[in-house]
Design a binder for this molecule. Structure first.
Ligand SMILES: [Zn+2]
Length: 371
């Protein structure tokens, strides 16, 4: 099993195309052609995580927070701890791969896992992504429609939520006349043709458009396949920010705080009370997502849990929605569980002996003093 295969499998779930443009995700250091020995998962990389990876014979470390984010000005190995770590990683031939906002915006990613951890049911995105889908329309002679649609589906076109192979197919009349140097599949050059074709329509994600069009063209029988790509304004129901769901049993504010603190293993919670006496509908977003507070209010959530919340955001929320800052680390660390599950599934399918470890310590730099 090579590193690039692990990455390909991982990105089928959390595609790079859904990440923020300014994010720095993907392979940070390393060689994708290397064979994987074992894999270490951690929210971020530091010296202790590196040391444990060496001990466990891991040559691939997958982190949520990008190891390289801000520009590195120099690699002076003697006085810069980050550079020192890079030197050690290269010496040990350890690759670093980071999945940041692509993991935030994917189903089953950071916020979905946080919602699951809190026992929420009927989990949905709090805000779906927009503007990253196209409608692909291809005109195909009816005898080839199955082959062309299959190629599009296999390349990832036609996925709507839990449904795949979604398309619309209508019979239409197509016309053409090939030039002297043409090589028409139907009819003869220089003769006007009118044929029954199928107008095949599918939704495609923007980052898959080029490969889907290539696959479509490779099986389309025409010399010059006719197709259109339309920009659509639909929300992408497959990707989005935050998550919202319901507690099976409503809790009062005090009970809900205790519930949250216990399940997230948080040393302390910062909060303000909202206007619901019972908490049932809960919005969450792992990491710093204060900007989603209005989505939580509009979605009729009784409470919103996120991290890194400013004083004035608490002020806005007070007597409106219960707002809880449960900590950045505490709201994100749970995502290592679905990563581990997925990688183990891939390893099993591949009949490989690679082991996946979660870093056994804590990389949380925030401590509470409450003596
Ligand atoms: Zn984060």
């Amino acid at each position: 099993m090579h590193i690039h295969q692990v990455i390909k499998y991982f990105e089928e779930w959390a595609p790079k195309g859904v990440a923020w443009e300014k994010d720095n995700i993907g392979l940070q250091i390393g060689n994708p052609k290397n064979q994987v020995t074992n894999i270490m998962l951690s929210l971020e990389l530091n010296k202790k995580v590196f040391e444990q990876a060496v001990k466990k014979n891991c040559n691939l470390i997958i982190t949520h927070h990008p190891f390289i984010f801000n520009p590195i000005k120099n690699l002076n190995f003697s006085n810069n701890p980050k550079a020192e770590l890079i030197e050690r990683l290269i010496e040990e031939k350890i690759s670093i791969y980071s999945a940041h906002t692509n993991l935030d915006f994917t189903k089953g990613g950071v916020s979905f896992e946080l919602a699951k951890k809190l026992g929420l049911k009927n989990i949905q995105f709090l805000e779906n992504q927009e503007g990253n889908q196209f409608k692909l329309v291809v005109f195909v002679p009816s005898g080839s429609v199955d082959e062309v649609s299959e190629a599009i589906f296999n390349a990832g076109g036609g996925v709507i939520g839990e449904y795949s192979k979604c398309s619309t197919q209508n019979f239409v009349d197509g016309t053409f006349e090939g030039s002297e140097v043409s090589n028409p599949t139907i009819g003869k050059k220089n003769i006007f043709e009118k044929v029954t074709e199928v107008r095949l329509e599918v939704l495609v994600n923007s980052w898959k458009l080029n490969s889907i069009v290539d696959e479509m063209k490779s099986v389309h029988p025409y010399e010059e396949p006719a197709f259109d790509v339309f920009v659509i304004k639909n929300k992408n129901i497959n990707y989005g920010a935050g998550a919202i769901g319901e507690l099976t049993t409503p809790l009062n504010s005090k009970e809900f705080l205790a519930h949250t603190r216990k399940l997230l293993k948080a040393d302390a919670l910062k909060y303000t009370l909202g206007n619901s006496s019972k908490i049932k509908r809960v919005a969450v977003c792992g990491g710093a997502c204060s900007d989603l507070i209005n989505n939580a209010i509009d979605s009729k959530a009784d409470a919103f849990i996120t991290a890194d919340i400013k004083y004035h955001t608490f002020q806005e929320a007070e007597n409106n929605i219960m707002l809880i800052d449960a900590g950045h680390y505490e709201t994100e660390i749970h995502v290592l569980n679905p990563i581990k599950l997925r990688l183990n599934k891939f390893i099993k399918e591949d009949k490989s002996k690679v082991k996946v470890f979660k870093y056994s310590g804590s990389t949380n730099p925030v401590k509470f003093y409450n003596n």
